[in-house]
Ligand binder design. Structure first.
Ligand SMILES: Cc1ncc(COP(=O)(O)O)c(C=O)c1O
Length: 390
């Protein structure tokens, strides 16, 4: 049985100091002195948070529904056990970088390994952005770009996506030129809308702007073109990939940045030394060895998506947006999204992501693609919820 929740989760209230292990209220100093030293631009940012209760069907974080095969986990653990844990991991994991380069079709000295691709978004922005520098990005998109831009003292300029959340490249380019953007972020397929950039879009942004173009391809294995081939033509391009989604290793935290070797050497200054631990390094190497197996699993997820999305679109009371990713965005028309979200969880044990904050995403929910069984359960649940309002 799952416990009922009220979506979307409100921020957790501060724990009363009286209950705090450090003692009763008054035993801690007033935080004002410390807070006065935090940059106003940081205090103005909303924190990146997620409260995710446990669920029978967890479809809220775009993770791979399948765990790594036990034999693969065992080989990772054996490799990690054979390493010396009292030693730092390799400063530059050269062999792994070579394998990554071969995997993605790029040169080894243009590859950086990160503690998740989030770290590499941060590293890239931190070496490029100065105070007041502009980052142009589509809207809606992954919220971390805005948060990190603010933390780094940059100015974030969101550019609305077009009809059905399709990319409007002309509008992005115009904004980047007008604002003299230092960075243009392109997330393809875009989270949370699922929309992919069209062929030639990244090339156009590179050609028509002077910005560094950061292409976050966290979901690219599931669909849409990759910007990797353009690395041979531009030293202003950074392509990010992750092992958290299609590779099924979100818990181990591994991401990759691909860039011109000259730029990669500078991006490396923005990340911490020894950022990837030795267990994760072993896991990344093992995952690359098993790349064909992981790619076959990705194809299964895509096939599940391609069966699920048309069936979803046939339901009345929702709008379904086109997706190239391992998730799909819906807009609830017959019932409030909050109610659909709550009933999916309370009555069916299905946890999706409520993204229905005001603006372009009002009444929207994002549903990650799980197993066939998960998606059949979502369809059956939605059919009941939409045909019989509580
Ligand atoms: C667009 C996008 N980029 C990056 C990430 C983070 O990936 P990682 O787990 O590699 O840090 C996510 C995670 O949800 C994402 O949606």
């Amino acid at each position: 049985m799952t416990r009922p929740i009220v979506p979307p989760p409100p921020p957790a209230p501060a724990r009363p100091l009286a209950d705090h292990p450090l003692g009763p209220a008054g035993s801690l100093p007033d935080p004002a002195d410390g807070l006065a030293l935090v940059k106003p631009a940081v205090r103005a940012q909303a924190a990146y948070t997620l409260r995710a209760p446990t669920a029978r069907r967890k479809l809220n974080q775009n993770e791979c529904p399948l765990d790594l095969p036990p034999s693969l986990k065992r080989s990772i653990l054996d490799a990690a056990a054979a390493a010396s844990w009292q030693r730092y991991p390799e400063f530059v994991p050269a062999e792994l970088l070579e394998r990554l380069a071969a995997h993605y079709g790029w040169v080894p000295d243009g590859v950086l390994a990160g503690n998740g691709s989030n770290e590499l978004i941060q590293a890239t922005l931190s070496v490029v952005l100065g105070p007041g520098d502009v980052v142009v990005a589509p809207s809606p998109t992954f919220s971390l770009y805005r948060l990190l831009t603010g933390v780094l003292g940059g100015r974030y300029v969101p550019v609305p996506l077009g009809d059905d959340f399709g990319y409007d490249v002309g509008r992005l380019v115009a904004a980047a030129v007008r604002e003299r953007a230092r960075v243009v972020v392109l997330n393809s397929p875009n989270n949370p809308t699922g929309t992919a950039l069209g062929a030639g879009a990244v090339e156009r942004v590179l050609r028509e702007t002077e910005a560094l173009v950061l292409c976050d391809e966290a979901y690219q294995e599931f669909g849409g073109p990759s910007a990797i081939p353009l690395l041979r033509r531009s030293s202003r391009l950074v392509v990010l990939r992750t092992f958290s989604k299609a590779m099924g290793m979100a818990g181990l935290r591994f991401g990759v940045a691909l860039a011109h070797p000259g730029l990669a050497a500078e991006l490396a200054k923005g990340k911490l030394p020894y950022n990837v631990n030795l267990v994760t390094l072993a896991a990344a190497a093992a995952a690359l060895r098993e790349a064909p197996l992981l790619a076959a699993r990705t194809r299964e997820i895509v096939a599940t998506r391609d069966r699920f999305v048309p069936a979803l679109a046939a339901l009345s009371g929702i709008t379904v947006y086109p997706t190239a990713a391992n998730f799909v965005l819906i807009r609830c028309r017959a019932l409030p999204a909050r109610e659909v979200f709550r009933r999916l969880y309370d009555e069916y044990g299905i946890l999706v992501r409520d993204v229905s904050n005001a603006g372009a995403l009002s009444e929207c929910l994002r549903i990650s693609i799980g197993t066939d069984d998960d998606m059949d359960a979502v369809l059956a649940a939605l059919k009941e919820i939409l045909s019989c309002p509580a």
